[in-house]
Structures are given as structure tokens and as C-alpha cells.
Design a protein around this ligand. Structure first.
Ligand SMILES: [Zn+2]
Ligand SMILES: [Zn+2]
Length: 144
């Protein structure tokens, strides 16, 4: 998907769910790391993290676009558009936007250590340490 196609999609969603026109540009921004999208208060641009399409579906992308459009329209209507504001919360709920893109958030790494040989295992997901044993010595591993 190109930036122009993305902008077209944003325009469509804006009309369909907000009944208002999106008159600015949307871009894929590879510099976004943990957020799915960003709205620029100064330029009125919407930046979208291209990883959303790589990792997820169009449905998630639409949820993120709706979220950024809430910022966009509230801002242009003179509201703060902050996440904590009532206007933001109720508009987001109304259009069914996503509150955040959970899996793009920084993954916390977990450190497991073999109780017998001391070998360290780094995992991003919690594992059942009763079921898994050390691959080197078959000792028990424990979250440290
Ligand atoms: Zn936001
Ligand atoms: Zn071991």
C-alpha cells in the first residue's frame, strides 16, 4: 500500500464513520516504533506504522486510523483530543477505534535461569517453567 492509497483509505473512513472530510495527508512512517499511529498537531498529518500491515490485518489498520482520526477531528473542532478527555473517549467508542496496538508495544524480556547449570534463557513470553527444562542439563528453570 502506498501513501496515496493510505490517504484514500483515511478519507473513506473519515466520511463513513465521522461524516467529515479528511483534507490532509497520511503517510507510512517507518520511524514509529512502538505506536501504531501518530497525529501531527502542527501539520495535521496522520502517520501510520507500516508494521501494522506487515504484522496484522487491514482490520487492525482501520482501528488505528479511526483512533488517529479522532485526534484529527477533535483537534480541528477545537478540542484537546487528549486520550484522557471525555470527548476523545466517547468519539473513539462511537466509531469503534482501537485504543492502542498492544503487540507493537515494547516486549519485556523475561530471564529464566537453570537451577542446576546456571544457563540463562531469555524469553519474550511467559513460559510454564514446570513443563520446560534446561536444554543442556535437563535441570529445572526458574524465572529470575
Ligand atoms: Zn492517540
Ligand atoms: Zn541446565
Amino acid at each position: 500500500m502506498t501513501d496515496d492509497e493510505l490517504t484514500l483509505l483515511v478519507q473513506k473512513i473519515s466520511i463513513k464513520y465521522f461524516n467529515k472530510k479528511f483534507k490532509h495527508q497520511a503517510f507510512f512512517n517507518t520511524r514509529l516504533k512502538t505506536t501504531g499511529g501518530r497525529y501531527s498537531l502542527k501539520e495535521h498529518w496522520i502517520d501510520i506504522n507500516p508494521k501494522i500491515l506487515e504484522k496484522y490485518s487491514c482490520e487492525i489498520l482501520i482501528g488505528v486510523i479511526k483512533h488517529e482520526l479522532c485526534h484529527y477531528h477533535l483537534h480541528l473542532d477545537g478540542y484537546s483530543g487528549k486520550h484522557s478527555s471525555n470527548e476523545f473517549k466517547s468519539l473513539l467508542k462511537k466509531v469503534g477505534g482501537s485504543r492502542y496496538v498492544p503487540i507493537l508495544e515494547k516486549q519485556k524480556s523475561l530471564r529464566y535461569v537453570c537451577q542446576d547449570c546456571g544457563r540463562v534463557y531469555i524469553r519474550h513470553k511467559k513460559i510454564n517453567s514446570l513443563k520446560y527444562v534446561c536444554s543442556k542439563c535437563h535441570g529445572n528453570i526458574k524465572l529470575s
